[in-house]
Design a protein around this ligand. Sequence first.
Ligand SMILES: [Zn+2]
Length: 274
Amino acid sequence: MINIFLILVLIAVVITYWQWNKIKIHFWQKKYIGLTLTKSQKKLLLKVMPIYKNMTNQDRVKLEQHILWFLDNISFLGRGDLKVNPGMRLVVAANACLLVLNKPWPIYKNVKQVLLYPSAYYAKENKKDGAGLVSFHNVVRQGESWPGGTLVLSWHDVLAGNRLPEDGHNLVFHEFAHQLDQQTGFTSGTPQLKTQKLYKQWAQVFNRAFNQLKTHLAYGIPNVIHRYGATNEAEFFAVLTETFIEKPAQLQHQDPELYQLMLDYYEFDPRQWV
Ligand SMILES: [Zn+2]
């Protein structure tokens, strides 16, 4: 009798473990569907985040549920004497969740924490010279995205990124795009895609556009994608994400094929929010 009981318990444990993600998603759906931000939270976003203001009600409802999920599941820590307040958490969460508006929970599988500095900060960087000697330098940074699920952001630059929603720069979009890229276990500029067909298109269109940016820079030809995107494929994806959301019409005009690739990946069209 005891043996049968133990076997049943074991089976229950195995099924729970095997179905854990589905159970969590079911729990989140029950918890967050139907919830919205408070009046004062909405008021703050309307004031500081122009894209939120321009969204349809339907999109705003989805975004708000993601924001509530994010605030419950991701921790925030102040750095350099910054006391993180609920408003700061809300603005970072709203920007981060916009990228995954139409993605299912868990919207960021690996993100664990956000470290917030008051403004740009110094970070140590090591460099190897030709003889293999390693030297350390202090470099000024606005943000970082670590593969382990930690993001570092300058609050000043988070706000600046929202103030001008059409300049192609948004620190939160940039760093969280790196997180989407890093979900694959690599930082390669290719995030997880839904179909083999999309991987094929990505390899062709993305690489062609990356090389085109480098050529344009070399010959002084204007390109809507900021020059920092030419650093490597990972930076190209992060900068392209900023351009896609903040300069959608220009990007679509310059490179309709690349724009379509981003539409297929992000599953929203930022032209409706301008
Ligand atoms: Zn970057």
